[in-house]
Design a protein around this ligand. Structure first.
Ligand SMILES: Cc1ncc(COP(=O)(O)O)c(C=O)c1O
Length: 315
């Protein structure tokens, strides 16, 4: 029998998980190394879990969690979509996430809250299974390894709103992302871009998509994508600074003819796109609008922009 294999071609080495002291599990803080779950945990078999990815940043006033309120609300919403009855209310889940950051004493990092169906029955319906709640965190560097990324349209389509609840962040939704990583493994592409069933651009495996044409910012409208919290932030920032932002259907041709393109997401933050399917976007260099948005976002999350302090929860 061969050993379990880890694919690392696309992996940024900074992403290899670094342990922290403690993980919050069902109301208790447990040492990282003692955190276990049964092999017959329902969600492990069927993907019916709900999760979030949240970053916290080093600021002048200590670590600050970015848009914790919105992430907590989406986490609860996604859990409810799966029929989960949570033993904790919004405030308790909010406070628990702050507590884990405090306990682990990190200056910056990533929070991973997860609700999942535990061990009891293995019928798909998860009727009698306990709902488990977990919050971990760890230091995390850049998600995509380069300053600008080369991306490729995946042969897989983005999941459809006719198949699932598209605006919920559900574990099983990420199978397409895993398949696209297999598809790109060993190639020079850094990330996949998914089209929807109408052949319009949807999003990346874990990020939303934007283009810039004649200084106007365009992004796929809601409906076939995860409504990213970073996406909403970028739209707000861009409008605040006078840019026109259009939410609409975007074709691949439109994207290939854009002046600039970038991804947004908690993990990737603002990541400029150099090329799609080996065709440079604009000059293939960092564009003026993307550079401004990227820098402004960086200031916002680090508490350096006085107009957007409202999104920071200081720990
Ligand atoms: C499929 C998908 N799209 C977009 C995003 C970006 O969402 P957010 O900005 O809320 O992190 C993510 C990450 O959560 C994602 O997994």
């Amino acid at each position: 029998m061969g050993e379990a294999r880890t694919r690392i071609t696309l992996l940024n080495k900074e992403n290899i998980m670094q342990k922290t002291e403690t993980i919050w599990h069902n109301g208790m803080l447990k040492p990282w190394d003692e955190m276990t779950t049964h092999a017959l945990t329902h969600t492990l078999h069927y993907g019916g879990g709900a999760f979030e990815g949240i970053r916290f940043y080093k600021t002048d006033k200590g670590p600050a969690i970015f848009r914790l309120k919105e992430h907590t609300n989406r986490w609860i919403y996604s859990s409810e979509v799966l029929g989960m009855e949570l033993d904790y209310n919004y405030q308790e889940l909010f406070d628990a996430q702050v507590k884990v950051v405090k306990e682990n004493n990190l200056e910056s990092g990533y929070i991973r809250p997860l609700t999942y169906y535990g061990y009891k029955e293995l019928g798909v319906a998860a009727k009698g299974n306990p709902v488990e709640v977990l919050i971990a965190n760890w230091p995390w560097g850049k998600y995509l390894p380069h300053d600008m990324v080369d991306i490729k349209v995946s042969k897989y389509k983005r999941i459809s709103p006719e198949t699932t609840v598209i605006d919920a962040k559900i574990c099983g939704h990420y199978v397409g992302g895993i398949l696209s990583a297999v598809e790109l493994d060993g190639t020079h592409y850094h990330e996949a871009l998914f089209l929807d069933h109408d052949e319009n651009i949807a999003e990346g495996g874990g990020e939303n998509f934007f283009i810039v044409k004649d200084k106007v910012i365009h992004t796929p409208s809601l409906g076939h994508i995860l409504p990213g919290i970073t996406r909403a932030t970028i739209i707000e920032i861009a409008k605040f600074y006078g840019y026109k932002v259009v939410e609409e259907k975007i074709t691949l041709e439109q994207a290939l003819n854009a002046d600039e393109a970038f991804f947004t997401g908690t993990a990737v933050e603002v990541t400029p796109i150099k090329s799609i399917n080996d065709q440079n976007i604009g000059t293939g260099n960092l564009g003026e609008v993307t550079a401004f948005i990227k820098e402004t976002y960086d200031d916002v999350v680090h508490g350096r922009n006085k107009d957007f302090m409202k999104y920071l929860t200081y720990v």
